[in-house]
Design a protein around this ligand. Structure first.
Ligand SMILES: [Fe+2]
Ligand SMILES: [Fe+2]
Length: 288
């Protein structure tokens, strides 16, 4: 396994930089043409570009399979769900504490926006849980193996993935098994047969797969798969059931991106409601 230096582990000054950047690529109102994205003049852009360079270079099929073996054993830590959230919240980065919400606040704002729109309680709970997989950072994983847009591995990388030029550095791009349109997969085989680049989405899905309804599991598993839910770049791997379920992934995405308000939620007021939801759907403790 390659050892990574500090600059390769934490190219972003804050994990939120990736999500802030998503807002530039996918603004809530389409006033800013998407073409502007590449020209957007902001020093943070260089950091994000470096983040994607690392992500696209190192997320190979073999890397993903290795991470699956390492983390899907769930032998790192055992915590109650709320305790796992508090553990996640120990993830402090260099971002300005006055303007950025912490992880728990983002999760609560997402969930509260879903609740305010009258959606079912499992949808609300999904909003609350959706980024819990970022605990991977606390196990020492590099940022580019935790956050960032996800994409299928084992087949050709779409040029609709952000910064596609960096896939030239990915060894899979020169591997005949993996660099064709379908690679190791069959046409329309369904995403359940497809390995995605490794990160907080897949990890959370695997943690939750026995407990949450299927639409919730799709939201968790594919919420960072922008190349599909925004760009439809992988219709050739999707089956009819995926298309049906992606309606939920698309319903979830605006709550993730556009629910950020500078007014932090009051955790103590909301905790009892979420504790009850957790108890309704999830076991007393989770093995991370
Ligand atoms: Fe996320
Ligand atoms: Fe999120």
């Amino acid at each position: 396994m390659t050892a990574f230096n500090n600059a390769e582990i934490s190219p972003l000054t804050s994990l939120d930089q990736w999500e802030d950047d998503l807002l530039v690529r996918y603004p809530e109102t389409e006033t800013k043409a998407k073409e502007d994205y590449r020209n957007y003049d902001d020093p943070a852009r260089d950091t994000v570009r470096e983040f994607y360079r690392l992500n696209h270079t190192y997320q190979t099929y073999d890397f993903v399979r290795e991470k699956e073996r390492e983390f899907l054993a769930f032998d790192k830590k055992e915590l109650p769900v709320w305790g796992a959230m508090e553990f996640l919240n120990t993830l402090v980065d260099d971002s300005d504490p006055d303007t950025d919400l912490d992880q728990l606040q983002h999760l609560l704002q997402t969930a509260e926006a879903i609740r305010a729109d009258g959606h079912p309680d499992w949808f609300v709970l999904t909003g609350f849980l959706h980024d819990m997989g970022k605990v991977l950072c606390l196990f020492g994983e590099p940022q580019w193996a935790v956050v960032g847009d996800t994409f299928p591995v084992g087949c050709q990388h779409s040029d609709k993935i952000v910064y596609p030029e960096y896939f030239a550095n990915n060894p899979d791009s020169n591997d005949g098994r993996y660099n064709t349109k379908y690679g190791i997969y069959e046409p329309n085989c369904g995403l359940r047969n497809v390995h995605m680049s490794w990160g907080h989405d897949e990890y959370l899905y695997q943690l939750m797969k026995d407990y949450m309804p299927e639409p919730a599991l799709y939201m968790m598993r594919y919420h960072s798969f922008y190349a599909q839910h925004r760009e439809e770049a992988y219709n050739h791997l999707m089956d009819d059931h995926d298309h049906e379920m992606f309606k939920w992934v698309r319903a979830f995405n605006p709550y993730d991106l556009y629910s950020k308000s500078p007014k932090p939620p009051v955790v103590s007021e909301l905790k009892p409601y979420y504790q009850e939801l957790i108890a309704k759907y999830l076991p007393a403790t989770l093995r991370l």
